[in-house]
Design a protein around this ligand. Sequence first.
Ligand code: GDP
Ligand code: IMO
Ligand code: MG
Length: 430
Amino acid sequence: MANVVVVGAQWGDEGKGKIVDWLSERADVIARFQGGHNAGHTLVIDGQVYKLHALPSGVVRAGKLSVIGNGVVLDPWHLVSEIETLRAQGVTITPDTLMIAENTPLILPIHGELDRAREAAVSVAKIGTTGRGIGPAYEDKVGRRAVRVADLADDATLQARVDRALAHHDALRRGLGLEPVDRAALLDALRAVAPKILEYAAPVWKVLGEKRKAGRRILFEGAQGALLDIDFGTYPFVTSSNVIAGQAATGTGIGPGSVDFVLGIVKAYTTRVGEGPFPTELDDADGRRLGERGHEFGTTTGRQRRCGWFDAVLVRQTCATSGVNGIALTKLDVLDGFERLRICTGYELEGKRLDHLPTAADEQARCTPVYEEMPGWAESTEGARSWADLPANAIKYVRRVEELIDCPVALLSTSPEREDAILVTDPFAD
Ligand code: GDP
Ligand code: IMO
Ligand code: MG
């Protein structure tokens, strides 16, 4: 009875959705434990594309339970529309297949407004957020003024929670030159959406505990990537939640001992959306080729992703902070046809060699990568489903990545399609 946590090991968009979907065949429950609809997880099943933002990637498989844990921040209006979109694609979503933790904090329209107003302010360096209110919603959670799912059930409680939030927000908005919040309109909108959310509300910590006792397999689906983690990421250019594997326990209410395998999702090169340091970023023909071959445009915002060579220093670091047992290496096929490939094995900062990314933002920005070069391969690896289908130089590249990050490859992905993968070690094996 193994439970598996999937986490992004770079700056997000590593291909978590595809891998979670692939693994979910073996799982009974798929649970999100942090982030919100800033995430964009793409699944391709027999040519049909599904884009998931707030919903766990397990919803597309019949007979699985999908869970939104308390570590998530949830925009209820977005969720309702995402459910509608998926239903139109033929996916069945009912209170038997979807559960939302009652203690999940809500993202309100005022959070998105605040997020975008701050990003538009010229006086501070922008983060390049998704503009979806993630940061402000988490601020309200730790500020103890969030409206949570359970508060939707009782009108007096709902009003009291809204008033607590508005006491803070109206003061803040005055300072930013925004109008005070229309309390009546906000309450009406919440009352209207409440029944559509409450039908899925449940004590998730209890349900997961029971599932675990009954020997059911739980797959925890991370969003974003470890370099966007609020503590261990490239602060302040990060998201506002803990992204690393430890969050799976606090973000759902299951003990840390319930996690048996941590699978880090790693792209065979590096991408980043939004602002912030990126030592191996390329602004040349190789970078453009990675972006074009990899279709590197954001699933959530459509922004062009910044592209660069594989950074083994960063992935070694994120494998350590998440206690990764094995990685799923994705998008190897994007590297097909490069004459030579580079891998970052260390940094130089003021004449000194570093084996990890320093914590100070200004030092991160000044690190220059030290590269090692490897020969590429001319053959196509797209759609490969066994090691025998891979050219020798592709295997050498994978082996070198394993060595440098000090972690084995458990799974290899060679196209966006569900079944195009090579299994090395089954994360669910007992
Ligand atoms: P996530 O946020 O980690 O779930 O990743 P995204 O869905 O935002 O971005 C990953 C993109 O790469 C999606 O368009 C996937 O369909 C695609 N993808 C996933 N795995 C592979 C792969 O092995 N090869 C290729 N070429 N594309 C892949
Ligand atoms: P998935 O789950 C890539 C980035 C944003 C921005 C920073 C903060 O698809 O991998 P936020 O809106 O969270 O306050 O933005 O984090 N970001 C992501 N980048 N993939 C994601 O999710 C991301 N979610 C947030 O671009 O730099
Ligand atoms: Mg994504």
